[in-house]
Design a protein around this ligand. Structure first.
Ligand code: AFD
Ligand code: MN
Ligand code: MN
Length: 424
């Protein structure tokens, strides 16, 4: 299915009076509205190819209808999202779940939807069919060099696919770790992992980055070999200038101060990218901003402050990706909600009065500092985000138009009710 431009225009026209009223009211109180709008137009969030179908838990999976059956259909789905919100102009592929068969055709299709290829992701947490050696006891950390080599070769293969498509980064998430005390020698596991990553690093093209993603728990529950930002940073520092830490919001121990982690990684020039989602208990992979929107704002507040301090380009200097799973909602509606939550948090953080905040901090004026942050957080910036998306050619309210156009019903018509998309 494709969303024709005239349908978006028609919809926007029907919303125009109400939208303009709200936007003008908000814009009146803002300085540099045009600058903020341009930043919002430029900001793009990559959609993971593995999040377009219904996800499951270890207890079961309740598939929805019209799920994409191929990489082409996944790209079509991301194309639909991007046509509606103009803020999700990239797709992040997971290999081997989504191996492009014909690079030229895949690239042409992406161009048709206005999509770029974001980071490519490797998978050494599952054994593939006919795989002789197993990742059951880890991949890059494994005691057997043969298994480590398999993981290294796979990552190099993933880089090759990415090069063909125009990606410029590799995300490595390792499930490696142990579930019982005594199972692993921590130092040897670290060294093996480092040596394996060094071989992958050596295969990176000059303009590439590698993101080392950390996770505190699951599927291993006693130790994880890249368990937190400290360990990831150790690897990244030892690997070299092309290696960075990737922060996935769901990968911390409860109540971790993620905004502080972000701030320090940025200070060290070692923050590479983000996986957005939300959680109540663990790596719940829920819709971004659905549980802790204030935390999301505080993270963006540090991101903007830290990127500006280093003169970084908000849109292009870090990798922005969603990494969520949709068990209950229509995945496309869920993704539209996540993207919107990110755009809102970003817009709010652009509105923080930095001069006043610095002054409050210098004067130990704690109450004032809180007022400044919450002033931005409590501003309803939705009309601002909508204005940016409309100017970029999208809809004033993407999810409303998605429903009005009956996108899911159309996809079910085209693809059938019983389709299962690849992924977890
Ligand atoms: C993991 C990580 C990682 C990985 C994904 C696989 O968040 O980014 O690629 O799940 O679905 O928990
Ligand atoms: Mn992740
Ligand atoms: Mn995760």
């Amino acid at each position: 299915m494709q969303v024709e431009k005239y349908k978006i225009d028609e919809f926007n026209h029907s919303q125009q009076a109400a939208h303009t009223r709200k936007f003008e009211f908000l814009a009146e109180g803002l300085s540099n509205v045009e600058g903020v709008l341009q930043k919002l137009v430029d900001f793009q969030i990559a959609i993971p190819s593995w999040a377009l179908g219904t996800g499951g838990t270890r207890f079961g999976r309740f598939s929805g209808g019209g799920e994409p059956r191929s990489l082409e259909e996944k790209m079509e789905d991301v194309g639909l999202l991007h046509a509606l919100n103009r803020s999700s102009g990239a797709i992040s592929l997971h290999i081997p779940w989504d191996i492009p068969q014909d690079y030229k055709a895949t690239k042409a299709l992406a161009a048709q939807y206005g999509l770029k290829f974001d980071a490519v992701n490797s998978n050494t947490f599952q054994d593939q069919q006919n795989q002789v050696q197993s990742y059951k006891f880890g991949s890059m950390q494994h005691v057997d060099k043969g298994v480590r080599q398999l993981a290294i070769d796979h990552n190099i293969e993933v880089i090759k696919h990415g090069v063909e498509l125009g990606s410029e980064s590799l995300t490595v998430w390792l499930a490696d770790g142990s579930s019982f005390p005594g199972q692993l020698n921590f130092r040897k596991a670290f060294q093996n992992t480092l040596e394996s990553l060094q071989e992958v690093y050596a295969a990176l093209p000059d303009n590439w980055k590698v993101f080392v993603e950390y996770k505190a728990f699951e599927p291993n529950f006693y130790s994880t070999t890249v368990g937190d930002w400290g360990q990831s940073l150790l690897y990244a520092n030892k690997l070299g200038p092309k290696a960075y830490t990737l922060v996935d919001l769901g990968h911390h121990l409860p109540n971790a101060n993620i905004e502080q982690i972000v701030s320090l990684l940025l200070m060290e020039g070692k923050l590479g990218g983000f996986h957005f989602n939300d959680s109540k208990y663990a790596d719940d992979d829920l819709t971004t901003g659905s549980i802790k929107p204030y935390q999301l704002f505080l993270i963006f507040n540090e991101l903007v402050e830290g990127m500006d301090a280093r003169g970084m380009n908000h849109a292009t200097d870090l990798g922005w990706m969603i990494d969520a799973s949709h068990n209950l909602k229509d995945p496309l509606e869920d993704l539209l909600q996540s993207v919107q939550a990110i755009m809102i948090a970003y817009a709010q953080s652009l509105m923080v009065d930095r001069v006043a905040l610095t002054e409050a901090q210098q004067n130990n004026d704690v109450a004032r500092a809180q007022e400044i942050l919450q002033d931005a957080f409590r501003t309803d910036v939705r009309p601002l985000v909508a204005e940016a998306q409309v100017r970029a050619g999208g809809a004033a309210n993407a999810i409303q138009l998605y429903r009005q156009l009956k996108v899911r019903e159309n996809l079910i018509q085209e693809r059938g009710l019983k389709t299962v998309s690849s992924g977890l």
